[in-house]
Design a binder for this molecule. Structure first.
Ligand code: ADP
Ligand code: 5GP
Length: 197
């Protein structure tokens, strides 16, 4: 089944926003969709966040995240080096400001994959940012994906599902919703939104 825009398909704005935020509950498939899109379009620049979370097997420093200590995160925040940051399910995550601003100043599209609290901060500081919400086909499917990924112990999954209820309720705050039924379809729709030619 094709991924669908929920509600009416939005009219393209007169001037394309250059910064796109992809958000949605943990386990919905954000990383999978972005990785699929970037495999075919490596020119899409994705901001690499800093996090105090420990790496999952296969994750590399500087690729999925900059893995930092609590003290290093404290410094990044105190020095104003993060465009936004949030605590999510017991860890802190933040977007390094300088790299994002460099890309935007060069007129290049920027993609952030961040949580709801971060998306709200970006909306406050960058009014023309485009906020995209990735929704699961159903609650049961979200639980299945988060559990099936097998990367978190049950108590962390519970925390993430609690957060997911709050994130799902915030969908109307976003400019566009994509339903992640098919990775291929959503990756194509996201590419069109990011607008890389
Ligand atoms: P997120 O980055 O949003 O936390 P992930 O990209 O890690 O989520 O995906 C969570 C799990 O769901 C992974 O095991 C992934 O393979 C699976 N998944 C992602 N998209 C789909 C999809 N469209 N259909 C079925 N499974 C999916
Ligand atoms: P995970 O631990 O599964 O990689 O990410 C957990 C949540 O943190 C996800 O919703 C992810 O989008 C979000 N996240 C990742 N990087 C950032 C960031 O820089 N800022 C914010 N606010 N959230 C982030």
């Amino acid at each position: 089944m094709a991924a669908t825009f929920r509600g009416t398909t939005p009219e393209p704005p007169d001037v394309r926003p250059r910064l796109t935020v992809l958000s949605g509950p943990s386990g919905v498939g954000k990383s999978t969709v972005v990785a699929h899109m970037r495999k075919e379009h490596p020119e899409v620049w994705l901001s690499v966040s800093a996090t105090t979370r420990k790496p999952r097997p296969g994750e590399k420093h500087g690729v999925q995240y900059f893995f930092v200590t609590d003290e290093e995160m404290d410094k990044l925040i105190a020095n104003g080096e993060l465009l936004e940051w949030a605590e999510f399910a017991g860890n802190r995550y933040g977007t390094p400001r300088a790299a994002v601003l460099e890309r935007l100043e060069a007129g290049e599209p920027v993609l952030l994959e961040i949580d709801l609290q971060g998306a709200r901060q970006v909306r406050e500081s960058m009014a023309d940012a485009q906020l995209v919400f990735l929704a699961p086909p159903s609650w049961e499917e979200l639980v299945r994906r988060l559990t099936g990924r097998g990367t978190e112990p049950p108590e962390v999954i519970e925390r993430r599902l609690d957060a997911a209820k709050i994130e799902l309720a915030a969908e109307p705050e976003f400019d566009v919703t994509l339903v992640n039924t098919s990775v291929e379809d959503v990756a194509r729709e996201l590419l069109a939104l990011v607008d890389v030619v």
